[in-house]
Design a protein around this ligand. Sequence first.
Ligand SMILES: C[S@@+](CC[C@H](N)C(=O)[O-])C[C@H]1O[C@@H](n2cnc3c(N)ncnc32)[C@H](O)[C@@H]1O
Length: 371
Amino acid sequence: MEEHLTVGRVAELAGVSVRTLHHYDEIGLVHPSARTASGYRAYSPDDVERLREVLAYRRLGFGLREVADLVDDPNTDAVAHLHRLRGLLVEQRDRAAATVTAIDRELEARAMGIRTTPEEQLKVFGAQLYESIGSAYPATRRTEPRIAARIWEALGDARTVLNVGAGTGSYEPQDREVTAVEPSAVMRAQRPAGAAPCVAASAERLPFSDQSFDAAMAVSTVHHWPDPIAGLRELKRVARRVVVFTYDASTTGWLQRFWLTRDYLPEFADLLVGWPSLADMAHAIGGRAEPVLIPWDCADGFFEAHWRRPEAYLDDHVRRAVSVWTRVGPQAEQRAVNMLRDGLSSGRWAECNRDLVALDAAELGLRLLVA
Ligand SMILES: C[S@@+](CC[C@H](N)C(=O)[O-])C[C@H]1O[C@@H](n2cnc3c(N)ncnc32)[C@H](O)[C@@H]1O
């Protein structure tokens, strides 16, 4: 009993009310395993450990039900919880720091009587997203050779190539003269030694004169641009040929196309509000769209890459390198992951997706726009 802490002491240490602790006990979230001689709730070291996890997930904004799912997950031990909590908190801290910087800049500008443009005001949600999540990118994001072959073929005989939204340099051809454009300092810093020179700029305002490159390419990036159509027009302005690898959200039934969005993460739909149609994007560069099937063993871990390897989505590293999971928010993410884990162990996922096992490549709406 000496190791136990009374409910009053726990409340004092944790900075929560005794009432909150009673409530957690009543709903079975943190049940103190003992009582003092006078009948007060008493918390063992294990109870305190569970309470610490509960409070940390609550602080991150999870609802009580999601917290219960998280702390009851039999596949996650205390160390795994600490790693996950640490990752989520670092991400939240970095995002907050980026937002504070943006607010400071705006305050400075206003103090000098300058009004920031709508584009500047939205920046914090665009490129700055990569200031906070970019460090997780290289873990699973790399060049998929079959998609690279399609992009490089579409570049034709271009000798000088501008890669816009270049990130860490995936898909940059080695045999041509490449110039990269990347607004996120975190991403620029992760470009490997010897990678093409990289300019800090955004697609919507490229610091190059008209037709100064043989070709411009943009891979898995257009959906991050505050103004995709303006950015695509810029690509067309600075290069004779344009190659864009992107996603078609305009066909009806796209939500149904991929089991992950259909059955587990319908919140994906919210991210596509205001997204230009494929026809509008093709029109902006004066080009055509070709479907790109995703191989079952796709090496680049983008959102759809693991369509035939569903267990991959249970891995934090896989999710952290894909902005969709950050954008839908931690609650939707955790719910989707919990449901998928249940679906995989109960056999429901296999039952609903039995056709996929026979496929070597899937059509999930990825497109190459070529002009
Ligand atoms: C998913 S990553 C793709 C990186 C790389 N093209 C690849 O295929 O690995 C998206 C990149 O777009 C960049 N980005 C965001 N907003 C941008 C903008 N307005 N103009 C250009 N790039 C932007 C991000 O900083 C990030 O590096």
